[in-house]
Design a protein around this ligand. Structure first.
Ligand code: UT7
Length: 319
């Protein structure tokens, strides 16, 4: 039996930090409201010159270095983003060129804030099938580009960044189980409903969200998804060392851990200093905890995505 295993992680945050006070100075909001309702204190914002592929490149270089792997040894790149550089080619192909390599398969996955878990499960399936041996999986976003900066209900929530993981084939898991789900009938509660037609934007190019509906949906499916995935791996919740839910709102994260009966010190929280970075949030959090020496080799980590689509899913992984 062939399994895939995460052999290195990396991440990158653009240097510009934006605090809650900056919003309070120009919108009808406050640091206190943002902290107490979301847990967010600051987020990173990309410079105009930085696209998703640029953030992905830095995160990928760090992941490759941690994995002691040369870019030329990759045979698969799967990149999750909802803020691609272009309509096409895919950001994965642009990243491949920036890494200076050719030939390996490269494509994007579009599952909004579930993107990294979808990409990880996809790469895992390729490796398990025996067709591929070494994959680079990335979540990279510049959500600052699709925010209405006058909508206090959304613009305070998001940030930019990228996270990456190198997956290699091995004889032991690795990825024990992944369960991916979607329900397109809820498309309207979180969307960017515009598109490009005849040289113009049709519809709105800005993120629209029914915050309360998303909140309730997220808490429900994160709990269900955790239970389903742990069962699929033939394990119990007590076997989980770390829970990394999509970093959207600290209240969603804490409610999920509480419903699952997981101790607070097993919950990974980075939303306070990253904001919601959509597909980048889970790999950013993973890399931060790995580099801090908190998540270590042998630990079992349950990673979870939930977001537009609606999409959701989890992967249970031994590092
Ligand atoms: O990646 C997945 C995507 N997103 C999420 O997971 C987000 C899920 N939703 C949430 O995190 C929360 O619903 C929000 C943080 C978006 C909102 O928090 P809430 O506790 O659900 O607040 P609310 O929407 O019920 O709004 C309460 C009040 C409203 O005022 P009124 O109607 O009571 O007068 C809002 O207009 O708070 C107001 N409000 C704000 N006030 C100050 C909304 N945004 C702000 C703001 N500053 N930034």
């Amino acid at each position: 039996m062939i399994y895939s295993r995460i052999v290195g992680t990396g991440s990158f945050l653009p240097p510009r930090v934006m605090t809650n006070q900056e919003f309070a100075a120009r919108l009808n909001t406050s640091d206190e409201w943002i902290r107490t309702r979301t847990g967010i204190v600051q987020r990173h914002i990309a410079d105009k010159s930085q696209a998703s592929s640029d953030l992905a490149l830095e995160a990928s270089r760090r992941a490759l270095q941690a994995a002691d792997t040369r870019a030329g040894d990759l045979d698969l790149i799967v990149l999750a983003t909802s803020t691609p550089d272009y309509v096409f080619p895919s950001t994965a192909c642009l990243l491949q060129a920036k890494l200076g390599i050719k030939g390996c398969a490269a494509f994007d996955v579009q599952a909004v804030c579930s993107g990294f878990v979808y990409a990880l499960a996809t790469a895992d399936a390729f490796i398990k099938s025996g067709t591929h041996k070494r994959a680079l999986v990335i979540g990279a976003e510049v959500f600052s580009r699709i925010l209405d900066w006058n909508d206090r209900g959304t613009c305070v929530l998001f940030g930019d960044g990228a996270g990456a993981a190198v997956l290699a084939a091995g004889s032991k898991p690795g990825v024990h189980a992944s369960v991916l789900r979607a329900d397109g009938s809820h498309a309207e509660i979180l969307s960017v409903p515009g598109n490009v037609c005849g040289g113009a934007i049709v519809g709105t190019p800005f993120l629209r969200m029914d915050g309360q509906a998303v909140f309730k949906f997220a808490v429900r499916v994160l709990e269900e998804s955790a239970r389903e995935t742990v069962a699929a791996a033939q394990m119990a919740l007590e076997d989980v060392d770390w829970l990394i839910p999509h970093q959207a709102n600290v209240r969603i994260l804490e409610a999920t851990a509480r419903k699952l009966g997981l101790a607070h010190d097993k919950l990974v929280v980075t939303v306070d200093h990253h904001g919601n970075t959509s597909a980048a949030s889970v790999p950013l959090a993973l890399d931060e905890y790995v580099r801090a020496g908190k998540i270590r080799s042998g630990h079992r980590v349950l990673m979870q995505g939930v977001g537009g689509g609606f999409t959701w899913g989890s992967s249970l992984v031994t590092l």
